[in-house]
Design a protein around this ligand. Structure first.
Ligand SMILES: *Cc1c(COP(=O)(O)O)cnc(C)c1O
Length: 227
């Protein structure tokens, strides 16, 4: 029988095993439960199993769920493509945005972050495999964007996010993740608040953890396939 509680516990065990294999401390890698398109009751079940971080791609879908879950203390991450007309609601309702790839969007989020809330945590999305028509800045563009974001008062630049081209070989998976980690190391002197590498999904989680991921984004393995 499909149980979200069991799926979370199994996934946390896999994360822990990967941490051990990589010689990383327990708890180095955070599980982001990607709940996009899934109903609020599934988020609630995951929360009762101890899960705090949830990832969403579609604004209205996310806002509807949040409204049903105000009694829970959850951390909401926006991980999908973000258009200008959606920034205000994202700045008002989310704790993190992983998909920043334009200064215009970052500026709007900073301006629209409500007074009284802590800075919005953001990651730059990097097109690490250099795929055409894929979201994210190129590694070459990342330093200038990072430098500009660091100056925005209501954002906190936490790190980098990537969705590399799917590869079946671990070596190829690791190569892409290692590029992202090295880019983060190069940016750190100008962006010392960067402590997050949002990399790794179900199929490449081990490789990502071996290369220093601090947050893996997992949806289907927790909540089942999306329609
Ligand atoms: C949907 C999504 C995921 C999770 O994908 P699954 O295949 O459901 O595990 C992770 N990261 C991003 C950016 C996504 O949009």
């Amino acid at each position: 029988m499909f149980s979200i509680t069991e799926n979370i516990s199994r996934t946390l065990t896999l994360i822990r095993e990967a941490e051990l294999r990589a010689g990383r401390p327990e708890g180095a890698v955070r599980l982001l439960a990607v709940s996009k398109t899934k109903p609020a009751r599934m988020v609630r079940e995951a929360a009762s199993a101890g899960q705090r971080d949830f990832g969403e791609n579609y604004l209205q879908d996310a806002l509807d769920k949040m409204a049903q879950l105000t009694d829970l203390d959850l951390v909401w991450h926006f991980i999908g493509p973000l258009q200008s007309n959606k920034t205000r609601a994202v700045a008002e309702h989310f704790d993190w945005v992983h998909s920043i790839d334009r200064l215009k969007i970052a500026r709007r989020l900073s301006e629209q972050r409500p007074v009284g809330l802590p800075p919005l945590n953001v990651c730059l999305q990097v097109n690490i495999s250099g795929e055409a028509n894929k979201a994210g800045v190129t590694p070459d563009e990342a330093p200038a964007l990072a430098e500009a974001i660091v100056k925005l008062p209501n954002l906190m630049l936490r790190g980098l996010m990537a969705i590399p081209r799917p590869e079946t070989e671990q070596a190829a998976q690791r190569h892409a993740f290692s590029q992202l980690r090295q880019l983060q190391e190069r940016l750190k002197p100008q962006a010392p608040t960067m402590d997050t590498l949002s990399m790794g999904m179900s199929g490449d989680m081990d490789a990502a953890i071996a290369e220093g991921s601090t947050l893996v984004r997992i949806g289907t393995a927790l909540f089942g396939a999306r329609d």
